[in-house]
Structures are given as C-alpha cells and as structure tokens.
Design a protein around this ligand. Structure first.
Ligand SMILES: *[C@@H]1O[C@H](CO)[C@@H](O)[C@H](O)[C@H]1NC(C)=O
Ligand SMILES: *[C@@H]1O[C@H](CO)[C@@H](O)[C@H](O)[C@H]1NC(C)=O
Ligand SMILES: *[C@@H]1O[C@H](CO)[C@@H](O)[C@H](O)[C@H]1NC(C)=O
Length: 181
C-alpha cells in the first residue's frame, strides 16, 4: 500500500511530466487537402514549416455575399491502430442568431483565427478577399491541451443552402493532417 508521501511524490512526477510535455508539444502539419466550389470562391492554402511547429497561410477570394444558410462541420479524427476514427464532431449553422445550441468550439476557433487575419467562422460573408497569415494554435490553448500526442486530421466542411433550395451545396472542404508530439 502506498503511503501518503509516496502518493504525493507520484503526483508530483505526473504533474512535472505533463508540464514538460506541454512545453515541448509541437504541432506539425504533414498534409493539407482542400477543394473549393468555383461558383463561390477560389482558395489557396500553404503550410510553412517553422521551428515552433507548422503555420498556415490561406488566401481566399469570395465571389458573392453569403448572409444565411451557412453550415459548418468540424471533425477531429485520431489515428488509432493505423486507422483514423472521429473523436469529436461538431456541426453548426453559422448565421443563426440562436445562441441556445451554441457549440463552444466554433467561438474558440474564431477567437484564434481572428489574430491572424480576417478569415473566420463569423457570418455574414461579404464578397472580397480574405487572408490569413502564419496561423498557429498556441501549445497552451485549451483546444490543443485536450488532445494527447498522436496523429490527427481536422476536417472542416462548409456548406450553403440557398433560401428556397432543398439541398446544400459544398462551398469548401479542408483537411489538415497533423502530428502532435
Ligand atoms: C515539413 O517538415 C516535414 C518533416 O519535418 C516534412 O515531411 C514536410 O515535407 C515539410 N513540409 C514542407 C512544406 O516543407
Ligand atoms: C481582409 O484582409 C485583406 C488583407 O488585409 C484585405 O485586403 C481585404 O480587403 C479584407 N477583406 C475583407 C472582406 O474585409
Ligand atoms: C422563396 O419562396 C418564397 C415563397 O414561396 C418566395 O416568395 C420567394 O420569392 C422565394 N425566394 C427566392 C430567392 O426564390
């Protein structure tokens, strides 16, 4: 049986190891896949390898105003035994003013995105250029700390439903493959 002191030592070790991991945590993006609907926008995405981890540049040119009917799906897939499985999935109507069903992930991401340019999940979207430079998630961000080291994919899928349309059309889909070490 462990004595109290021994237990405390263990706790200390665990906390120190976690702390050390948090400091050295690094996000490296290994691949990015994206498709965009040319009726809506053109987009280019570039990954930069930097010493503190990867950063992302995005340039987008939106051809029309989109003020309603915008839906986003964000999934986090984790590699387990060689296969990717969805761990967290969130779906949100971006232009809805209904705060009740508000998912906390989208506002948390917006807050980060807005530090690096004018690309975010904030509705409405007016036609024009959008730009993001050297985006990175800080290692001590809550969303990063929730995720243990490993291989992941973040998928973002944005869809639009015209006022009287029955179906949604895809505006863009982005997948970031990354490793947290
Ligand atoms: C970034 O570095 C990784 C290995 O550290 C490499 O596999 C990858 O190709 C590099 N990407 C770019 C865009 O240079
Ligand atoms: C976004 O920022 C870019 C670069 O700063 C600027 O050229 C563009 O007009 C901005 N777009 C909008 C819609 O405000
Ligand atoms: C959508 O349908 C409503 C009622 O059927 C109609 O009044 C409106 O003009 C339609 N809007 C568009 C953009 O087609």
């Amino acid at each position: 049986m462990l004595s109290c002191t021994q237990r405390w030592i263990w706790r200390c070790v665990v906390v120190l190891v976690a702390f050390a991991c948090a400091i050295s945590a690094k996000i490296m993006i290994t691949k990015v896949d994206y498709v965009s609907n040319p009726d809506y926008l053109t987009m280019s995405v570039q990954i930069n390898n930097e010493t503190e981890g990867s950063t992302v540049d995005v340039d987008g040119n939106l051809f029309l105003d989109v003020v309603q009917g915008v839906f986003v799906n964000i999934d986090l897939d984790s590699k387990m035994e060689g296969e990717y499985m969805t761990m967290i999935g969130t779906s949100k109507e971006l232009c809805s003013t209904d705060e009740a069903g508000m998912d906390p992930v989208v506002p948390l991401l917006n807050e980060e995105l807005e530090k690096f340019g004018n690309l975010s999940f904030n509705c409405p979207y007016h036609k024009g250029f959008y730009r993001m430079r050297r985006f990175r998630m800080s290692n001590d961000h809550m969303l990063v700390k929730m995720v243990p080291p490993g291989e992941y994919i973040v998928k973002m899928d944005l869809q639009h439903k015209q006022p009287n349309a029955t179906d949604k059309v895809q505006v863009f889909k982005l997948s970031f493959y990354f490793e947290i070490s």
